[in-house]
Design a protein around this ligand. Structure first.
Ligand code: HXC
Ligand code: NAP
Length: 272
């Protein structure tokens, strides 16, 4: 089968992946590292990051990690400074840190809404803004990890819907502003991806999973490598003419409308 995971594709490159202590972002880091990039990962938990770095090294990657919350701009800026001083210009940045819980708008405090917007949207601004001074120009690739919620209004997800729509808009704006520096900025929209924290939260039992699967035309969850393959492609020379793109890998979920989370929870499905 054709594979984009070519050994040596990113030899000599430097990649930074935010929110990579687990799940989809860790798999992206693994594939970038296995293709030869030195990979720097960070997230809040020192223990989770240490375990993830060990995991990456076991899989043959050159990797290091740091505990850093994306909501803390001075901390993020200091980290990028440190990476650039020790490792040089940065070729690839992935902004994927995110938070989610299922709650109706009326069951969500102002701080609950703000917390998710701060992690997903403000965090992506922080990561991209702080990286800019240290990016390879021309040539760097930035990717934000968004969600179907950024394209469609899923019930019980108003915080994520707003945050991810903002991530899409922010990324496209930077694609325009930073094109003259030779920096590309793209967005990946994973649909439901199996064996992840995100889907454990949105689809907690077999009935919920069935209800969600009925709303995916291809009839299955994606895998983490489906998303890592897109990240590898978009970060490579093969995508040198692509910027500001919103690349959706969701089995067709967004083609038939939102409502999946409400249906999975057994509530009235506003899109049914
Ligand atoms: C209502 C809730 C809540 C819930 C938290 N809050 N959980 N409100 N229902 N289930 C409220 C709290 O009461 C508090 O408001 C505010 O949110 C902040 O909560 P904290 O626990 O203090 O926040 P923090 O420690 O910063 O943790 C952030 C978090 C947490 C988002 C709440 O769940 C987290 O750390 N998540 C990271 C992992 C994660 O979510 N992974 C999934 C990503 S998947 P008050 O008013 O009480 O102070 C994804 C999209 C998937 O993003 C899409 C799939 C298709
Ligand atoms: P995950 O494993 O929970 O990944 C989220 C990561 O973000 C974790 O590494 C977490 O690590 C980190 N993080 C959370 N808050 C942070 C903060 N304030 N600062 C720094 N790091 C923080 O979830 P996932 O399901 O793989 O999701 C990964 C990405 O894909 C997210 O952007 C999500 O929105 C997107 N997505 C997922 C799906 C899906 O089906 N799973 C679908 C669509 C989109 P710490 O706890 O160590 O901080």
């Amino acid at each position: 089968m054709f594979s984009v995971f070519a050994p040596g594709l990113f030899a000599g490159k430097l990649a930074v992946v935010a929110g990579a202590s687990s799940g989809i972002n860790l798999q992206i880091a693994r594939r970038l590292g296995q293709a030869g990039a030195h990979v720097v990962i960070f997230s809040r938990s020192e223990d989770k990051i240490a375990a993830a770095v060990e995991d990456l090294r076991q899989d043959g990657c050159s990797a290091e990690g740091f505990a850093q919350d994306v909501r803390d701009y001075p901390g993020v800026a200091t980290l990028f400074e440190r990476i650039a001083v020790t490792r040089g210009e940065i070729d690839i940045v992935i902004s994927g840190a995110a938070g989610n819980f299922v709650a109706p708008a009326l069951g969500m405090s102002a701080n609950g809404f703000k917390t998710v917007v701060d992690i997903d949207l403000l965090g992506t601004f922080h990561v991209f803004r702080a990286s800019h001074a240290h990016l390879r120009k021309p040539g760097a690739s930035l990717i934000s990890i968004s969600a179907p919620q950024g394209l469609l209004p899923f019930a019980y997800q108003c915080h994520v819907n707003a945050a991810k729509a903002g991530v899409n808009s922010l990324s496209q704006t930077l694609a325009v502003e930073w094109a003259s520096d030779g920096i590309r900025v793209n967005v990946i929209v994973p649909g439901p991806i199996g064996d992840t924290e995100g889907m454990d939260r949105l689809s907690p039992d077999p009935e919920a999973t069935d209800a969600l699967l009925r709303r995916i035309p291809l009839g299955r969850y994606g895998g983490k490598d489906d998303i890592a393959a897109l990240a590898v492609f978009l970060s490579s020379e093969a995508a040198r003419n692509i910027t500001g793109a919103i690349m959706v890998s969701d089995g067709g979920q967004t083609l038939i409308g939102a409502g999946g989370v409400a249906a999975a929870l057994g509530a009235r499905d506003p899109a049914a």
